[in-house]
Design a protein around this ligand. Sequence first.
Ligand code: PMP
Ligand code: GLN
Length: 375
Amino acid sequence: MGTTIFSVMSALAAQTGAVNLGQGFPDFECDPSLLDHVTQAMQDGLNQYPPMPGAAPLREAVSKKIESMYGRLYDPQTEITVTAGATQAILTIMLAVVHPGDEVIVLDPCYDSYVPNVAMAGGVVVRVPLTPGSFRPDFDKIQTAITPRTRAILINSPHNPSGMVWRHEEMLRLQEILAPTQILLISDEVYEHMVYAPLQHHSASSYAGLAARAFVVSSFGKTFHVTGWKVGTVAAPAALTTEFRKVHQFNVFTVNTPVQHGLAKYMGDPRPYLDLPLFYQRKRDLFREGLSSTKFKMLPGEGTYFQCVDISELSVPEKNLGEAKFCQWLTTEVGVAAIPMSAFYGDGFDQNVIRFCFAKQDQTLQAALSRLSKL
Ligand code: PMP
Ligand code: GLN
């Protein structure tokens, strides 16, 4: 296995002093009151192991949030587990439910840890392409990919890297396809609070037929601007959570205590996550407005903090190098780091599209735009 594209591009950006719009993380601070809550938890002596499934106040806060936003009550005792970010959550789910030879459907392009995670569990990855160009799910292809060996399907909305958001009708269609099967659903919803008007996030937890078979994965890193804290959650029916925790206890056992208590207090106020769509929508619009006078052709930006662009119309000859080489050139010669879309495909499919992250201070975005405008 090679090094992840995120590490490669961030290292290149640091080495060359490029504006880093590659790896997805904010370049601004989180809310100081979140830091105060975590600091207070440390000073209050909450510094030893919490219970294995996570600190009770955080599981309760997450349960309340899911109920108020998506209309399903998960029992904090038996149905919610705190994880070391979504990455550990997804690996642990695979190790808990995928047996050697089981097939797991992933929709290509997809986040880069999914496929190695299935492999680590001894599973067989079945890649089903999203519709080229629109990145919408192709239900005929999903249906065709299902076999008696299909153990799980992994979906991700809002979608990294494309920014596509599943519609209500698409969730219903998936529910219908899975209804006659025992297939488990792994729903990666780490960008749940980054969906832009008039669209809304449709969580798997909102659909009875999906929720009953689903592990719903969230991450505080994206929602509260603290990607380095690596704390997330998995919500799943009790029987699935029992299986999940069997692996979780020997995989990470538990996640750092003061951060969990700090997050629980901070979640007493819903505004930080309710205000997030508008916060990021403004940045998306600023970035898109800047790109509109360039030859980068923008894909729709429905959700996430990523904006994908087609590079085919640029006037520079380097547009013909292929996405990966183009991104290296863009970083070293133009001074803006991006991620090639091909990194999210099993076969390295190259469609002349690259991904920028706009979770940046306005001045960072302006600096990047002024460099990009020269192309
Ligand atoms: N899933 C997706 C789609 C992601 O973009 C990321 C990004 N980091 C993760 C999972 C992992 O999240 P975490 O940092 O909480 O492990
Ligand atoms: N999720 C982020 C991205 O897609 C970063 C992930 C990582 O660094 N592993 O860029």
